[in-house]
Structure formats: C-alpha cells, structure tokens
Design a protein around this ligand. Structure first.
Ligand SMILES: [Fe+2]
Length: 233
C-alpha cells in the first residue's frame, strides 16, 4: 500500500504517478482528492433523496435507492444502503455530478479506455455506474469477496462519510494473496480515494458493531464507487 498526496498536483502528473505506483503496489490511497465541503453538499442531497420511497429500478429522474439486509438471493453477505444514479439525474444535481465527474476523470487517468456513464456511450459495451453505498452504524458490513478483474481493472472507493465523527470503527480492508490483511480503518479520511487492483480480495468490516443499529445517514460510513457495468443493448 502506498499513500499519495493529491493537492497541488496537476492531472497529467497525477495520472502518471498513480499508474507508476499501481504497477508496484496493489492498493493506493489518494489523499484529499475531493473537498470536504463538496461532500457535505452531496450529503445534503442524499438526505433529501433518502425521503423518496425505496425502489430497485431507476425512476423517471434517473435515481433509485434500496436497503439490503442479508439478501436472500445472493451468496454474498452484506448490510448496506445503495443509491444509484444515471447521467440525466447527475445533470440536475451539481454536487453529486461534480464528485462523480472527478472520480470518472481519475479512473480515466488509470485505465487505457475512456468510458462514459452507463447508458450514454454510443455502441459502448460497458459504462460507469455512479453509486453511493452507506454502511450503517450498528453492524453494516460487506463480507470478504473478490471481483472479476476484467473489464474494471481497478476499483475506486471514495471515503465520503459526512464527518470523521459519524463512525468509530470498521471499514474497508484488503487481503493479499498470502493472506495478510490490511485495514483502512483510521488510515483513510473523508475525501480520500482508495484505488485497488480489482482482483484483490476485500471486504468491509462491521461498522460500530456495539452501537444501536440505525439506517440514519448521520452515522455510519459512506462510500462513492464507480463500477463498470454492461450497457443494455
Ligand atoms: Fe467489492
């Protein structure tokens, strides 16, 4: 694992540094890539969206959210709350758009292909899906798993927790091929982006397991991710 400071580095230099380090290290933390003030504005939007009834499918505004508690149909085990958006929705929500656009440009610096948001690239097989995942206090988690490396290559996880007071313990960890576990609890702060080899085993350990369980967005851990998904043909 390596830590890289993003402040004061132009995009081109940042891209070449990130690519160079990722050739050597499977995980990189990019410090302070997104402003805390911007994430606070995003949080205000998420709080408003949280009042909309849950749905698994995007509504006419291009938004949906749903809570998952030990999903029956999946072999993976997790407790989290997912918010999904499409590009039309982002066109009307500046803070979320600015945040995801920055993540998208970072991803563009790392991988050889330039991807559009899901559903917008003409004839493109894959597109980027902007998602926010809230792991609630009182035991939110995602069991250890591994992804197919193709086509994503590298995963991005932006630490978007409202404040560093919104949880006490738990968070993303990685496990190397020789079984050594690296915990990012206490290492990654709000605004930092963890960039990792998508083929590396990882999970999210229980968030504040001794606290009372609550879906409130005021506590728990919030991650912004940008997975590549197949465009519907
Ligand atoms: Fe994952």
């Amino acid at each position: 694992m390596i830590v890289l400071e993003s402040e004061g580095i132009d995009g081109k230099t940042l891209g070449s540094l990130v690519r160079k380090y990722l050739d050597i290290f499977p995980v990189l933390i990019l410090k302070r890539y997104i402003d805390q003030e911007l994430l606070e504005r995003c949080h205000t939007q998420l709080e408003a969206l949280n009042a909309i009834p849950e749905d698994l499918a995007l509504n006419e505004d291009g938004f949906c959210h749903f809570k998952s508690f030990y999903p029956e149909k999946s072999t993976a085990r997790y407790i989290h709350h997912t918010f999904k958006f499409n590009s039309m929705f982002l066109g009307r929500n500046r803070a979320l758009a600015e945040t995801f656009d920055k993540l998208k440009s970072l991803y563009g610096l790392i991988v050889p292909n330039e991807y559009s948001y899901l559903g917008t690239g003409r004839d493109e097989q894959f597109g980027l899906s902007p998602e926010v995942i809230h792991y609630p206090s009182g035991g939110g988690f995602f069991s250890e798993h591994v992804h197919e490396q193709y086509p994503q290559g590298y995963g991005l996880i932006l630490n978007g927790s409202y404040s560093n007071d919104s949880f006490e313990c738990g968070g993303v960890y990685f496990r190397t091929s020789d079984g050594i576990r690296f915990d990012f609890d206490g290492v990654s702060e709000i605004g930092d982006v963890v960039i990792f080899d998508y083929g590396l085993r990882h999970g999210v350990s229980r968030i504040d397991p001794r606290s009372d369980f609550t879906w409130s967005l005021k506590s728990g851990r919030i991650s912004y991710v940008l997975p590549l998904k197949r465009n519907e043909s």
